[in-house]
Design a protein around this ligand. Structure first.
Ligand SMILES: Cc1ncc(COP(=O)(O)O)c(C=O)c1O
Length: 426
C-alpha cells in the first residue's frame, strides 16, 4: 500500500461524528486492534486470555481513548427536539416532506418494514428498479445501482474499478468509505494532496502502463469546498485513467435539476467517469448509489460483495427516496434558497474565517479545538445544533464549526441562528 491510506478511517474527536475518513496522524483510534498502543496496554508480560482479561483490556483501551480526548458520546435526538438544525445533512429538508412521507407510508403498508433479503434473493422491488432508473436519468449515466448505504456504494465502486496491479490515487481529504474501499481493493494506493491537480498529474505520469483510477469527493464534507473536477478529469484523460467521484454533498444542490457537481462540470455520462452518491443527505433518506456504464453495474451485480452480501435498502426507504428524487428534479427554488443562505453565513459572521461554500456546507475556523468545542456547546445551549470538528477529524490547526444549510429550517429561524452563532463564537 502506498503512502497515507493507512492514516486511518472514520477519525472523529468532536461532539459530532466526522464524515471524513482521513484526518492526519491520529485518525486511527489508539488502542485499536493490532495497533502498537493496543498491545502496549496488555503489557509485554503474559496476556490474560480469560473473558475477564478481555473485558479489562477493553476498559484499558477506553481509558486510553479518554486520556487522548477520543471518547465519543451518543446523544439521542428526541422526536420533538426543536433545536435549529445546522448540523445534519437534510440539505433540502426532504426528510419530512409530506410527499416523501406519503410515499414511504404507502410502501410501508405494501411491503412491511424491511427488505427481508438481499437484492439478489428477495430484496428487489419495483421501487428499487424505478429509483435506479430515475437516478441513472438524473446522473446522465447508462445505469445506476442502489445500495443500502453510501458507505457500501463507495466500497463497492472502488473495489470494482481497482484491484491488485491498479494504481489508485485518493484525495487526502476523502471520506472513510473511500479510504476503506482503497484499503480493501489491494491496489497500490497513493494519497494525493487535497485538490492538487499537479500532484495528480505527476503521480499519473509515473503509472508505468498500469491501469489507474483517481477517486475524489466533489464537494468535501467538512470544508464544503469543490474539487477541480474539470482539471482532474483532463489529467485523467491525458493519462488514460478513470475518475471516480463521490458526489454525496453535491447531488440535489448543484448541477442541472440537482444532478450534482459532475453534471455541473459537464462530465455527466462521460465513459471514463463513475459517480457515487448517498441518499442520506439531500434526499433526506438513506442508501447509496453507483452510477456509470451498464457494464460496470453488471459487474457490481455479479461480483460486488458489498452489494451481494447485504440486505437490500428497505422498500419503504426506496419509495421515499423516489419521491425525494422528483422533488429534487423540480427543486430549483430550494437550490436558490440554499445558495442564498450559504452566502449569508459569511456576511453575518463578520471577522470570522468562513469558507467559501460550494454547496450546503460552510465551515467556520476556530482558534483551537477547545474553542470549537466551547462554541458548539454554547450554540447547543441556545437551541442551535452545529457540527464541531477538531483533530484528529481535521488536520492539526484546523478545528472548526461545520454549518450545514437546511432549507427545511424556516428562514427567520436560520437567520436568528446565525446571530446566536456570532454571539457564541466571538
Ligand atoms: C462524502 C461522503 N461519502 C459517503 C458517505 C457515506 O454515506 P452513508 O451515510 O449513506 O453511508 C458520507 C456520509 O457521511 C459522506 O459524507
Amino acid at each position: 500500500m502506498g503512502s497515507g491510506v493507512g492514516a486511518g478511517s472514520g477519525g472523529m474527536a468532536g461532539p459530532a461524528a466526522s464524515p471524513r475518513g482521513v484526518a492526519g496522524p491520529a485518525a486511527s483510534p489508539p488502542g485499536g486492534p493490532g495497533s502498537p498502543a493496543g498491545r502496549a496496554g496488555v503489557g509485554e508480560a503474559e496476556q490474560d486470555r480469560s473473558p475477564a482479561g478481555w473485558l479489562s483490556e477493553l476498559d484499558d483501551e477506553a481509558a486510553r481513548r479518554q486520556r487522548a480526548g477520543l471518547r465519543r458520546e451518543l446523544r439521542p435526538r428526541e422526536a420533538g427536539d426543536d433545536a435549529v438544525d445546522l448540523a445534519g445533512n437534510d440539505y433540502l429538508g426532504l426528510s419530512r416532506h409530506p410527499r416523501v412521507l406519503a410515499a414511504a407510508a404507502d410502501a410501508l403498508t405494501r411491503y412491511g418494514l424491511g427488505a427481508t433479503g438481499s437484492r439478489l434473493v428477495r430484496g428487489s422491488t419495483a421501487e428499487h428498479a424505478e429509483l435506479e432508473a430515475g437516478l441513472a436519468g438524473l446522473f446522465g449515466s447508462e445505469a445506476a445501482l442502489v445500495y443500502s448505504s453510501g458507505y457500501l456504494a463507495n466500497m463497492g465502486a472502488v473495489r470494482a474499478l481497482a484491484g491488485p496491479g491498479t494504481l489508485l490515487l485518493s484525495d487526502a481529504y476523502n471520506h472513510a468509505s473511500i479510504v476503506d474501499g482503497c484499503r480493501n481493493s489491494r491496489a497500490e494506493v497513493v494519497v494525493v494532496p487535497h485538490a492538487d491537480v499537479a500532484a495528480v498529474e505527476r503521480t499519473l505520469a509515473g503509472r508505468g502502463g498500469r491501469p489507474a483510477v483517481l477517486v475524489t469527493e466533489s464537494v468535501f464534507s467538512v470544508d464544503g469546498d469543490l474539487a477541480p473536477l474539470v482539471e482532474l478529469h483532463a489529467a485523467c484523460r491525458r493519462h488514460g485513467a478513470l475518475l471516480l467521484v463521490d458526489d454525496a454533498h453535491a447531488v440535489g444542490l448543484l448541477g442541472p435539476s440537482g444532478a450534482g457537481a459532475v453534471a455541473a462540470a459537464g462530465l455527466a455520462g462521460a465513459p471514463d467517469v463513475v459517480v457515487t452518491a448517498t441518499l442520506s443527505k439531500s434526499f433526506g433518506a438513506a442508501g447509496g448509489v453507483v452510477a456509470g456504464p451498464r457494464a460496470l453495474v453488471s459487474k457490481l451485480v455479479d461480483t460486488g460483495r458489498t452489494f451481494i452480501y447485504d440486505t437490500a435498502l428497505p422498500p419503504v426507504v426506496a419509495a421515499g427516496a423516489l419521491a425525494a428524487l422528483e422533488l429534487i428534479r423540480d427543486g430549483d427554488a430550494l437550490r436558490a434558497e440554499s445558495a442564498e443562505r450559504a452566502a449569508l453565513v459569511g456576511k453575518r459572521l463578520v471577522g470570522h474565517d468562513v469558507s467559501e461554500p460550494a454547496a450546503g456546507v460552510v465551515s467556520v475556523a476556530a482558534p483551537g479545538p477547545d474553542e470549537a468545542v466551547a462554541w458548539a456547546q454554547a450554540c447547543r445551549e441556545r437551541g442551535v445544533a452545529v457540527g464541531c470538528f477538531r483533530p484528529p477529524s481535521t488536520p492539526d490547526g484546523r478545528s472548526r464549526l461545520r454549518l450545514t444549510i437546511n432549507v427545511g429550517v424556516p428562514r427567520a429561524a436560520f437567520e436568528e441562528a446565525l446571530n446566536v452563532i456570532a454571539e457564541c463564537a466571538p
